[in-house]
Write a protein that binds this ligand. Structure first.
Ligand code: AMP
Length: 373
């Protein structure tokens, strides 16, 4: 057990690292952040921040030696340097978990090989025949780069033959995955935690509304039938067990019109759709991450109130500073800003949550407050 007072190292200095550091320091831990870019959101609330590339083995080794446990908040940390960290201190989740989840080909293959429901897909290796893969999966489909994809970046919908030519031109021989297009009824996600002892806890399932491929609203409880909730919960649990998770993982699902639950994506870290847990659950996903990686008992994941989370993107600054006072005057709203300097369009700058006696009223208030921002 790594007790309060010890040092937690975080690879990646974004908002997930920031909220992890806030939860960890509240519990009395020291937090060190390793992040290539200076002045990171997580570094600003941590004891130490190291700015060096992930490939800088000397810097990474010096960092790892000062930490009692290391975790990551960023999915594109290369797996090779993680192995160096693991040789020096505890690393959770295991680097193999990240290696599987950070590449769509490996991730889909893992899901298929372990019998998890997913959309049919074809893998296209570097220089492979994308047109043939599209023909095999059949239009409509979605082409996604195998590496470095998030928030819909590096993906293209192929709804007609002409789009297939555009995809071949766009992807230019990059390794990719072609997935059958799922005309889903809705998208939901789960945040699951697993301890080294094998205890597993799943937070309440979130219903997610995206705009331009970026999460816009998370709604909890999700407005789906109980058996869909049960399937998502069971799948998340089973993924955590089969992949050997120690830590926290986000699992994204498509719910088809016939009520089938397919796994879309795995993220071996806290998840944007789990931010609601800070204000609406007994334990937040960030505290749960601390508990899981430090070998503490996992916390209660019970929901205290219906809740809606809204992402605040850089777009909210298009006409100047957003009207925080309106949001702060609303008694049921909770504002979280990540301390990022530059408000670029599409950049996640913060989020807010609204708690209310019913999910419908929380959503109505959230929409109203978002419009007034
Ligand atoms: P991803 O980066 O894979 O999570 O995709 C981002 C978003 O694109 C998802 O949340 C969906 O809204 C949409 N999307 C991704 N893959 C598919 C698919 N196979 N069928 C339909 N929509 C998809």
């Amino acid at each position: 057990m790594i007790l309060p007072g010890k040092t937690i190292g975080v690879l990646g200095g974004g908002q997930l690292g920031r909220m992890l550091a806030q939860a960890a320091t509240r519990l009395g831990y020291r937090v060190h952040v390793y992040e290539p870019q200076a002045n990171s959101p997580a570094g600003a609330v941590s004891h130490e921040e190291v700015n060096a590339p992930y490939e800088d083995l000397a810097a990474l080794t010096a960092f790892a030696r000062k930490c009692d446990v290391v975790t990551y908040e960023f999915e594109n940390v290369p797996a090779a340097p993680l192995q160096a960290v693991e040789a020096l201190t505890q690393l959770h989740p295991h680097w193999r978990v990240l290696e599987t989840a950070q590449n769509r080909s490996r991730e889909k293959r893992w899901l298929r090989d372990h019998g998890f429901p997913h959309a049919p897909f074809a893998e296209v290796p570097a220089g492979g025949d994308l047109a043939a893969a599209i023909a095999a999966v059949k239009i409509p489909c979605v082409v996604k780069t195998a590496d470095f994809g998030y928030d819909g970046k590096g993906q293209l919908k192929v709804m007609a033959a002409a789009d297939a030519e555009a995809a071949v031109a766009k992807f230019r021989g990059q390794p990719a995955v072609v997935e059958q297009f799922v005309s889903f009824a809705c998208e939901v996600s789960a945040v699951v935690a697993r301890s080294a002892k094998g205890d597993v806890r799943v937070f309440p399932i979130s219903e997610n509304l995206h705009t331009n491929h970026i999460l816009d609203f998370s709604i909890v409880p999700a407005r789906v039938p109980p058996d869909v909730l049960a399937q998502a919960d069971k799948l998340a649990r089973s993924v955590a067990e089969k992949i050997g998770l120690v830590g926290v993982m986000g699992v994204e699902f498509f719910v088809t019109k016939s009520g089938e639950v397919l796994i879309n994506e795995l993220a071996p870290r806290t998840h944007n759709s789990g931010h609601y847990t800070i204000d609406a659950c007994v334990t937040s996903q960030f505290e749960q991450q601390v508990r899981a990686i430090c070998g503490l008992p996992l916390g209660d994941t019970s929901l205290l109130s219906p809740v809606v989370m809204v992402n605040i993107l850089g777009d909210a600054w298009s006409a100047g500073e957003p009207h925080w006072e309106t949001l702060l005057a609303a008694p049921s709203a909770h504002l979280h800003l990540y301390g990022k300097g530059e408000a670029r369009a599409g950049r996640k700058m913060g989020h807010f949550t609204v708690t209310a006696p019913t999910v419908e009223s929380a959503l109505a208030t959230a929409r109203e407050l978002k419009a007034k921002l």
